[in-house]
Design a protein around this ligand. Structure first.
Ligand code: NAD
Length: 446
């Protein structure tokens, strides 16, 4: 099929590239002409395992990048909309979607062919059937379901494993306004055999995405709340407490005598908070939408409040060890919001760096992948970026582990080699506490 993908960010680029890899002819559109130039010259603008190889195999054959939406749309039977939907402090910001929907309306006005418009961006329930539909109808003078199809296909990829998630989805949710739209969407996903396909309304599809992210965010904040409580007792380590919970057979079933430890249990572990472009804004957007319906969501509000506070626990643990951190060198290991990505959006590390600077500490920052991007974003003479972790450790009075990068798991070796007495605050509980002399961690009594 000929497809157009609008928005070439994490979702649009991965979706477009993977759909081309599966055999479709895809053109990805973006208004960012630097990004389009970069992609056309074969460079991948984001860090995502496996993506550069897919781009290399497909660019110029089945995968194209352009700024010309009209030219691409007129050749395509379906359009996948993947523009950003950030939180504007009050509610979900639909301005990018609004712009794209009116552009789409203008373009379909000029053709008699039926096009199928599929929203992949995360939008609050009701947005596709009301907001998007109305704008396209108004600008095209055409009718939804009759002259054009409208669908909602939420994306569940996780940054850090986005290609694998897209190529091997755990579910494909197809929300559609009519049967023909659902059929077109099924044709797009035809190459993804053996996956559960859920056919539903656009609004239910939107809800499924919010339910998924709210549920995962709730598990994390629940774990952090209990972890913080554990830390107030003598001789309690929240990691052991949660390990006891994970052994419940409903969380880790025993099948043929073998214990299965599902990934969901990684969300049931205390840490220094969640970040990224999805969980924080999706939970807040849902709360805001509920409020507009006069429905209060106290549980989800607490999820956000706990998460907002959690990075400051790292500073509390640090100042327990070093009461005045003014003028001290504090290493921040990990800047990305999670391992496997260079995405800094809403990263707890940024909040921690901010708190450290407010207390007049000097920050020594490291990230194996996201440092270059962070350097462009953090312009402060008191934040110095290091490539050499040993040097960072040697120059630091304390280090904070903020991202669970694989190569940080063996840090005790470098820490123990340092001639200096150094305090380690483990925000992700990835280090072996027994191997480090001055160790403190989230969820651990001091
Ligand atoms: P992003 O900000 O990384 O990318 C959005 C892209 O859209 C940008 O490159 C921007 O230039 C482009 N754009 C904006 N307006 C445009 C227009 N009029 N025409 C063409 N391009 C335009 O966003 P993202 O992280 O890829 O997320 C996109 C959507 O998918 C959001 O709604 C997000 O919530 C959702 N989502 C994200 C993830 C994730 O892990 N990042 C996962 C699932 C769902």
């Amino acid at each position: 099929m000929f497809l157009t993908v609008i928005g070439t960010g994490y979702v649009g680029l991965v979706s477009g590239a993977c759909l081309a890899e599966k055999g479709h002819h895809v053109t990805c559109i973006d208004i960012d002409n630097e990004k389009i130039k970069q992609l056309n010259s074969g460079n991948c603008p984001i860090y995502e395992v496996g993506l550069p190889e897919i781009l290399e195999r497909n660019i110029g054959k089945r995968l194209f990048f352009s700024e010309d939406l009209k030219e691409s749309m007129l050749k395509s039977s379906a359009v996948l909309v993947c523009v950003g939907t950030p939180f504007n402090g009050d509610k979900i910001d639909l301005s990018f979607l609004e712009k794209v929907s009116s552009q789409i309306g203008e373009i379909i006005k000029s053709t008699d062919e039926r096009k199928t418009i599929i929203v992949k961006s995360t939008v609050v329930p009701g947005t596709t059937e009301k907001f998007v539909s109305d704008i396209i109808e108004k600008n095209s003078h055409k009718r939804v379901c009759i002259d054009f199809g409208l669908g909602m296909n939420p994306e569940f990829l996780r940054e850090g494993s986005a290609v694998d998630d897209f190529m091997n989805p755990d579910r494909i949710v197809l929300g559609g306004t009519d049967e023909q739209t659902i059929k077109t969407m099924k044709d797009i996903y035809f190459p993804f055999k053996g996956t559960d396909i859920l056919e539903t309304s656009c609004t239910t599809a939107e809800f499924i995405k919010y339910l998924s992210n709210s549920y995962l965010a709730t598990l994390i904040s629940f774990s952090n709340e209990i972890g913080n409580l554990c830390a107030s007792y003598d001789n309690v380590d929240a990691i052991e407490v949660f390990n006891g919970l994970h052994k419940d057979r409903r969380l880790s079933p025993i099948i043929d005598g073998i214990r299965i430890n599902p990934d969901i249990n990684t969300y049931l572990k205390p840490g220094c908070g969640f970040g990224g472009s999805c969980f924080p804004k999706d939970v807040k957007s849902l709360i805001s939408q509920a409020k507009s319906k006069n429905i209060n969501l106290p549980l989800l509000k607490s999820v956000v409040d706990i998460n907002n506070e959690q990075p400051s626990k790292m500073i509390d643990l640090l100042t327990d060890k070093i009461p005045s951190i003014e003028g001290k060198n504090v290493g921040v290991l990990g800047l990305a919001f999670k391992p496997g990505t260079d995405d800094l959006r809403e990263s707890p590390s940024l909040k921690v760096i901010d708190l450290l600077l407010k207390k007049k500490a000097s920050v020594l920052a490291h990230d194996p992948i996201a440092a270059e991007i962070a350097q462009k974003q953090i312009d402060n003479k008191n934040v110095k970026f290091y490539e050499d972790i040993q040097k960072l450790i040697d120059d630091s009075d304390a280090i904070l582990i903020m991202t669970a990068w694989e190569n940080y798991k063996e840090l005790h070796k470098l820490i123990n080699e340092s001639k200096k007495e150094i305090f380690v605050i483990d925000g992700r509980r990835i280090l072996d506490k027994k191997k480090i002399k001055n160790y403190a961690g989230i969820g651990l009594s001091q």
